[in-house]
Design a binder for this molecule. Structure first.
Ligand code: 5AD
Ligand code: SF4
Length: 350
């Protein structure tokens, strides 16, 4: 596909968008099967040293009740996922690089494996770390890592992050490369509908995914948060319907470009449109992540406005998503790791 063709597909609406989504979903069925994998999402902590201009839990937001789950809370959540036959859990956290945190994660990894009879994949999503830390966590049993690039346009990256030495585009790229080098199943992603973002940027994001050779992608719409610097540009971003449409088209085109990777249908999508996580699966995604964070912390992990499901218990969140997958005729894959085919094959999608 040429850039022009991708741009044209990205702009699809109505019937042509539906045709695009159906085509992508057929490609998923042919290459990966009509299968959806579940990952139990555990939001470990909302403490973060960074100050991304879009994010509700940025360090400077003094209105956030900060928390860190304790070991038992994490192990209970992991056991819950295991008992529900999820093949994996994702531990997501604000970014911290102090030793207390990095060793806590290392110890959690080992204990989760023991608590779940070494039968689960563990994914980390804990931001940029040194190679030593990534390697330590890998050695302690982390299998996958998610680190979104947020945008592949370095100028846009600079506009949505402070220039304080902690938010450098090239460090982000280097961190992704390090993760791949350490042997992780590596995922990245972007936000869609950011202030200042163009259609061309989104086309380049898709091409970036392909050229970087990553194994997994999670991307979703940008959603404004009132206590963040980007909120002032809320009137310049695409409408909710457009951001949802663009996000679904991004998923579908990515499936066509990289048939053998795992693509998540994200919470942010669902936040803007109650049916959108199902629509994401119908557009070629094959992963969903029920939020199994203990109830009392869920409403403190607010990256954006109106996050969906914060009042649902882990049981409700899981039951809702499991029912949704079945209702759209996809196979719910239980007790399966769901490694990305691309990783298993060590293949290139190019
Ligand atoms: N809207 C949508 N996604 C957001 N994230 C952070 N803030 C927002 C927002 N306002 C996403 C980023 C980050 C991930 C954990 O959450 O892409 O990498
Ligand atoms: Fe921290 Fe991630 Fe939010 Fe940036 S997006 S402020 S790194 S939690």
């Amino acid at each position: 596909m040429t850039k022009e063709q991708i741009a044209q597909l990205l702009s699809s609406t109505g019937k042509s968008a539906l045709e695009l989504h159906e085509k992508a979903s057929r490609v998923r069925d042919q290459v990966c099967g009509n299968k959806v994998y579940l990952r139990g999402l555990i939001e470990l902590s909302n403490t973060c040293r960074k100050n991304c201009f879009y994010c509700g839990i940025r360090a400077s937001n003094t209105g956030v009740r900060r928390y860190l789950l304790d070991e038992n809370e994490v192990l209970d959540a992991a056991r819950f996922a295991w008992e529900r036959k999820y093949g994996s859990v994702v531990i997501q956290s604000g970014e911290r690089s102090d030793k207390e945190f990095t060793t806590f994660i290392a110890s959690l990894l080992k204990k989760i494996h023991v608590a779940t009879a070494h039968s689960m994949r563990i994914t980390l999503s804990c931001g940029e770390q040194t190679e030593d830390t990534y390697q330590l966590w890998k050695d302690c049993g982390a299998d996958r890592y998610l680190l979104r690039i947020e945008t592949s346009n370095p100028d846009l990256y600079r506009k949505i992050h402070p220039s304080d030495g902690m938010h450098e585009y090239h460090n982000r790229i280097k961190a992704l490369e390090t993760l791949m080098k350490c042997g992780y199943q590596t995922g990245t992603g972007v936000m869609i509908g950011l202030p200042f973002q163009t259609l061309d940027d989104l086309v380049n994001d898709l091409l970036f995914f392909r050229s970087s050779g990553i194994h997994m992608v999670g991307m979703g719409p940008y959603i404004e948060h009132p206590d963040t610097p980007l909120f002032q540009f809320r009137n310049s971003i695409p409408t909710v319907a457009k951001r949802v449409g663009l996000s679904l088209n991004m998923i579908a085109i990515l499936r066509l470009l990289m048939p053998d990777i795992n693509i998540a249908s994200t919470t942010a999508l669902q936040t803007l449109d109650n049916d959108a996580r199902a629509k994401g699966l119908k557009a070629g995604a094959n992963v969903i992540m029920p939020n199994i964070t203990p109830m009392m912390y869920k409403d403190a992990y607010l990256l954006y406005n109106g996050k969906t499901g914060v009042k649902d218990s882990p049981v409700e969140a899981s039951e809702n998503l499991e029912a949704m997958v079945r209702s759209i005729g996809c196979q719910l894959m239980l007790s399966q790791w769901g490694d990305p085919l691309k990783f298993a094959a060590g293949s290139s999608s190019n």
